[in-house]
Design a protein. Structure first.
Length: 264
């Protein structure tokens, strides 16, 4: 064979990403509907690997959306960096291409915290309030993570009775939620977007303090385009849009937030 005919294999971005992932990814500690938690060499740090899965209706509706993991992981990292800069304690340490985050290992509370700025979703379904009604002050709700019971709503007494958190911790969680809401709302407004509502999860760190964990992206937020109320989040999937339209929605949100096209 002539030397001139020999070609080294082309190193693509995907190959580089795969190498980074193989070097970083460790043993699977747990796996959920949309993410995998992996161990690292540091016992206080874990890798959160995002999946291309998309689910709704307590997991009853589910599909695979190729590229979603890249989009959502990068949006999450973007928001966590913003929150950290503004003084909100989060689990975020650093982003690992293409779809992973190094995060502090937390003991997660089995609770979802929802903050609502505009009436939509379950609030409209369960209470006599019209969709699109501004909520002032914002409404903060707590839900027990339990698909079998369809995530029942909690109050402060339930936290204590179920041994989830103390009253002081519930107060701190609400304060963190409202601070997060203010930061995200103001940031999205600067992008001509409206934060309708969002969901966060929290956990205790090694120091016993409460940190915002999990993810923050189009799967856990309702975001409307200002002026048009165009949906730019997972609601398009809940409402039955085609998978192509759903993916295009995720890409549009990424472009509006990060100012570039996602590497998918």
């Amino acid at each position: 064979m002539r030397l001139s005919s020999f070609r080294l294999p082309r190193i693509t971005q995907n190959m580089l990403w795969g190498r980074k992932m193989s070097e970083s990814a460790g043993k699977v500690l747990s796996e959920g509907k949309t993410k995998i938690v992996r161990e690292t060499k540091d016992r206080n740090i874990v890798l959160l690997e995002f999946k291309d899965s998309i689910t709704a209706l307590d997991g009853e509706k589910k599909d695979v959306l190729k590229g979603k993991s890249v989009v959502n992981s990068q949006i999450s990292a973007h928001f966590f960096k913003l929150l950290a800069k503004k003084g909100v304690p989060t689990h975020f340490v650093e982003f690992v291409e293409p779809n992973m985050m190094k995060v502090k290992k937390l003991k997660m509370l089995p609770v979802e915290i929802v903050c609502r700025n505009i009436a939509a979703g379950h609030l409209v379904k369960n209470f006599p309030v019209k969709e699109g009604t501004p909520l002032n002050p914002p409404v903060v709700e707590f839900y027990l993570k339990d698909d079998a019971r369809h995530d029942p709503m909690l109050n402060e007494d339930h936290f204590v009775i179920l041994g989830i958190a103390s009253r002081d911790e519930v107060k701190k969680i609400k304060e963190l939620t409202l601070k997060t809401n203010k930061i995200l709302s103001e940031y999205l407004k600067s992008k001509n977007l409206v934060l309708v509502d969002f969901k966060i999860e929290v956990g205790r760190g090694e120091d016993g303090k409460i940190y915002v964990g999990d993810e923050i992206n189009g799967d856990s937020m309702r975001i409307w385009e200002a002026g048009t109320n165009k949906i730019l989040d997972k609601d398009v999937y809940r409402k039955g849009a085609s998978m192509e339209d759903v993916m295009n929605t995720y890409i549009q949100l990424y472009q509006k937030l990060l100012g570039k096209t996602p590497p998918i």
